[in-house]
Ligand binder design. Sequence first.
Ligand code: PRP
Length: 183
Amino acid sequence: MNDRKNEIGKTLLTGRQIAKKVKELGRAISSDYRGLDPVFVGILKGSVIFLSDLLREIDIECSVDFIALSSYMGETETSGVVKVVMDLRESIRERHVVLIEDIVDTGLSMAYLRDNLLTRQPASFSICSLLSKTAARRVHVDLKYTGFEVPEEFLVGYGLDYRERYRNLPYIAALKPEVYKGE
Ligand code: PRP
Protein backbone atom coordinates (compact mmCIF):
# COMPACT_ATOMS: atom_id res chain seq x y z
CA MET A 1 0.00 0.00 0.00
CA ASN A 2 1.33 3.48 -0.78
CA ASP A 3 1.95 5.79 2.07
CA ARG A 4 -1.53 7.23 2.50
CA LYS A 5 -0.91 8.45 6.05
CA ASN A 6 -1.51 12.06 5.01
CA GLU A 7 -5.15 11.23 4.23
CA ILE A 8 -5.73 10.81 7.95
CA GLY A 9 -6.68 13.84 10.03
CA LYS A 10 -6.99 14.11 13.76
CA THR A 11 -7.33 11.13 16.05
CA LEU A 12 -10.73 11.10 17.62
CA LEU A 13 -10.35 8.09 19.91
CA THR A 14 -7.09 6.48 20.89
CA GLY A 15 -6.63 2.75 21.25
CA ARG A 16 -6.45 3.21 25.00
CA GLN A 17 -9.75 5.15 25.18
CA ILE A 18 -11.44 2.50 23.06
CA ALA A 19 -10.09 -0.36 25.17
CA LYS A 20 -11.36 1.25 28.38
CA LYS A 21 -14.85 1.70 26.89
CA VAL A 22 -14.92 -1.83 25.48
CA LYS A 23 -14.11 -3.17 28.95
CA GLU A 24 -17.02 -1.17 30.46
CA LEU A 25 -19.42 -2.37 27.77
CA GLY A 26 -18.31 -5.97 28.25
CA ARG A 27 -18.91 -5.71 31.97
CA ALA A 28 -22.39 -4.18 31.53
CA ILE A 29 -23.45 -6.76 28.93
CA SER A 30 -22.13 -9.66 31.03
CA SER A 31 -24.13 -8.49 34.00
CA ASP A 32 -27.34 -7.86 32.00
CA TYR A 33 -27.23 -11.18 30.11
CA ARG A 34 -25.85 -13.60 32.69
CA GLY A 35 -27.79 -16.89 32.52
CA LEU A 36 -29.53 -15.94 29.26
CA ASP A 37 -27.04 -17.49 26.81
CA PRO A 38 -27.24 -14.55 24.37
CA VAL A 39 -26.14 -14.64 20.75
CA PHE A 40 -23.94 -11.74 19.67
CA VAL A 41 -24.49 -10.88 16.05
CA GLY A 42 -21.63 -9.05 14.37
CA ILE A 43 -22.52 -6.96 11.33
CA LEU A 44 -19.84 -7.41 8.70
CA LYS A 45 -17.52 -6.00 7.97
CA GLY A 46 -17.18 -2.91 10.14
CA SER A 47 -17.89 -4.54 13.51
CA VAL A 48 -15.25 -7.29 13.42
CA ILE A 49 -12.54 -5.52 15.39
CA PHE A 50 -14.96 -4.19 18.00
CA LEU A 51 -16.71 -7.55 18.31
CA SER A 52 -13.52 -9.50 18.77
CA ASP A 53 -12.28 -7.15 21.50
CA LEU A 54 -15.71 -6.97 23.16
CA LEU A 55 -16.15 -10.75 23.24
CA ARG A 56 -12.97 -11.09 25.26
CA GLU A 57 -14.46 -8.74 27.88
CA ILE A 58 -17.62 -10.83 28.19
CA ASP A 59 -17.42 -13.63 30.73
CA ILE A 60 -20.79 -15.37 30.34
CA GLU A 61 -21.98 -18.30 28.27
CA CYS A 62 -22.87 -16.98 24.82
CA SER A 63 -22.56 -17.64 21.11
CA VAL A 64 -21.61 -15.59 18.08
CA ASP A 65 -23.00 -15.26 14.59
CA PHE A 66 -22.51 -12.87 11.67
CA ILE A 67 -24.62 -11.10 9.10
CA ALA A 68 -23.42 -8.92 6.26
CA LEU A 69 -25.29 -5.92 4.95
CA SER A 70 -24.52 -3.59 2.19
CA SER A 71 -25.70 -0.03 1.78
CA TYR A 72 -22.67 2.17 1.31
CA MET A 73 -21.15 -0.16 -1.31
CA GLY A 74 -17.76 1.50 -0.91
CA GLU A 75 -19.24 5.00 -1.25
CA THR A 76 -19.12 7.77 1.34
CA GLU A 77 -22.89 8.41 1.22
CA THR A 78 -25.44 5.70 1.97
CA SER A 79 -27.40 4.47 -1.04
CA GLY A 80 -30.41 4.27 1.27
CA VAL A 81 -31.07 0.75 0.01
CA VAL A 82 -29.99 -1.91 2.49
CA LYS A 83 -29.53 -5.55 1.54
CA VAL A 84 -28.55 -8.68 3.46
CA VAL A 85 -25.63 -10.07 1.48
CA MET A 86 -24.84 -12.91 3.92
CA ASP A 87 -27.37 -14.23 6.40
CA LEU A 88 -26.99 -15.70 9.91
CA ARG A 89 -25.85 -19.30 10.17
CA GLU A 90 -28.16 -20.18 13.11
CA SER A 91 -31.80 -19.58 13.97
CA ILE A 92 -32.41 -16.79 16.49
CA ARG A 93 -35.92 -17.90 17.41
CA GLU A 94 -36.33 -17.69 21.21
CA ARG A 95 -32.73 -16.47 21.56
CA HIS A 96 -31.59 -13.27 23.27
CA VAL A 97 -29.99 -11.35 20.44
CA VAL A 98 -27.47 -8.53 20.86
CA LEU A 99 -26.51 -6.86 17.59
CA ILE A 100 -22.96 -5.57 17.55
CA GLU A 101 -22.23 -2.62 15.29
CA ASP A 102 -19.26 -0.30 14.81
CA ILE A 103 -21.27 2.81 13.98
CA VAL A 104 -24.88 3.91 13.66
CA ASP A 105 -24.93 6.87 11.30
CA THR A 106 -28.22 7.55 9.44
CA GLY A 107 -29.66 4.49 11.22
CA LEU A 108 -30.99 3.07 7.94
CA SER A 109 -28.89 -0.12 8.08
CA MET A 110 -29.81 -0.79 11.68
CA ALA A 111 -33.52 -0.03 11.29
CA TYR A 112 -33.67 -2.42 8.34
CA LEU A 113 -31.83 -5.14 10.21
CA ARG A 114 -33.89 -4.69 13.38
CA ASP A 115 -37.13 -5.08 11.42
CA ASN A 116 -35.75 -8.08 9.55
CA LEU A 117 -34.49 -9.89 12.68
CA LEU A 118 -37.61 -9.15 14.74
CA THR A 119 -39.69 -11.16 12.26
CA ARG A 120 -37.64 -14.21 13.31
CA GLN A 121 -39.12 -14.08 16.83
CA PRO A 122 -36.10 -13.73 19.11
CA ALA A 123 -36.73 -13.86 22.88
CA SER A 124 -35.26 -10.34 23.09
CA PHE A 125 -33.36 -7.95 20.90
CA SER A 126 -30.94 -5.15 21.68
CA ILE A 127 -28.21 -3.15 19.97
CA CYS A 128 -24.68 -2.33 21.05
CA SER A 129 -22.86 0.20 18.89
CA LEU A 130 -19.36 1.44 19.61
CA LEU A 131 -20.09 4.77 17.91
CA SER A 132 -23.25 6.78 17.39
CA LYS A 133 -23.51 9.76 15.04
CA THR A 134 -26.83 11.01 16.37
CA ALA A 135 -26.72 14.26 14.38
CA ALA A 136 -26.86 12.26 11.13
CA ARG A 137 -29.81 10.07 12.13
CA ARG A 138 -32.65 9.78 9.60
CA VAL A 139 -34.62 7.09 11.42
CA HIS A 140 -34.83 6.33 15.12
CA VAL A 141 -33.05 3.28 16.46
CA ASP A 142 -32.91 2.37 20.10
CA LEU A 143 -29.30 1.75 21.20
CA LYS A 144 -29.15 -0.13 24.49
CA TYR A 145 -25.37 0.23 24.66
CA THR A 146 -23.33 3.02 23.06
CA GLY A 147 -19.60 3.57 23.40
CA PHE A 148 -19.11 7.11 22.12
CA GLU A 149 -21.13 9.88 20.54
CA VAL A 150 -19.20 11.13 17.50
CA PRO A 151 -19.43 14.25 15.29
CA GLU A 152 -20.45 14.33 11.63
CA GLU A 153 -17.07 13.55 10.18
CA PHE A 154 -15.96 10.67 8.01
CA LEU A 155 -14.28 8.27 10.44
CA VAL A 156 -11.82 5.46 9.78
CA GLY A 157 -9.98 2.87 11.83
CA TYR A 158 -10.85 0.11 14.32
CA GLY A 159 -13.00 -1.58 11.66
CA LEU A 160 -14.26 1.53 9.86
CA ASP A 161 -13.09 1.98 6.29
CA TYR A 162 -12.70 4.44 3.48
CA ARG A 163 -12.95 2.44 0.25
CA GLU A 164 -11.94 -0.69 2.22
CA ARG A 165 -8.75 0.91 3.58
CA TYR A 166 -7.83 1.80 7.16
CA ARG A 167 -9.95 -0.84 8.93
CA ASN A 168 -6.69 -2.02 10.52
CA LEU A 169 -5.81 1.25 12.27
CA PRO A 170 -5.77 0.56 16.03
CA TYR A 171 -7.46 3.93 16.72
CA ILE A 172 -10.31 6.00 15.23
CA ALA A 173 -9.52 9.10 13.23
CA ALA A 174 -11.21 11.54 10.86
CA LEU A 175 -10.42 11.28 7.18
CA LYS A 176 -9.34 14.65 5.80
CA PRO A 177 -12.37 16.15 4.00
CA GLU A 178 -10.32 16.94 0.88
CA VAL A 179 -9.82 13.19 0.39
CA TYR A 180 -13.50 12.44 -0.22
CA LYS A 181 -15.11 15.77 -0.98
CA GLY A 182 -16.36 16.08 -4.54
CA GLU A 183 -17.24 12.37 -4.62
C1 PRP B 1 -21.28 1.01 7.77
C2 PRP B 1 -21.34 0.63 9.25
C3 PRP B 1 -22.81 0.41 9.50
C4 PRP B 1 -23.47 1.39 8.55
C5 PRP B 1 -23.95 2.58 9.33
O1 PRP B 1 -21.33 -0.14 7.00
O2 PRP B 1 -20.58 -0.52 9.53
O3 PRP B 1 -23.21 -0.91 9.20
O4 PRP B 1 -22.47 1.76 7.60
O5 PRP B 1 -24.51 3.52 8.50
P1 PRP B 1 -26.05 3.94 8.53
O6 PRP B 1 -26.46 4.12 9.96
O7 PRP B 1 -26.03 5.27 7.79
O8 PRP B 1 -26.85 2.92 7.79
P2 PRP B 1 -20.95 -0.20 5.44
O9 PRP B 1 -22.21 -0.28 4.60
O10 PRP B 1 -19.99 0.92 5.12
O11 PRP B 1 -20.24 -1.60 5.31
P3 PRP B 1 -18.98 -2.19 6.16
O12 PRP B 1 -19.49 -2.50 7.54
O13 PRP B 1 -18.63 -3.42 5.39
O14 PRP B 1 -17.89 -1.15 6.16
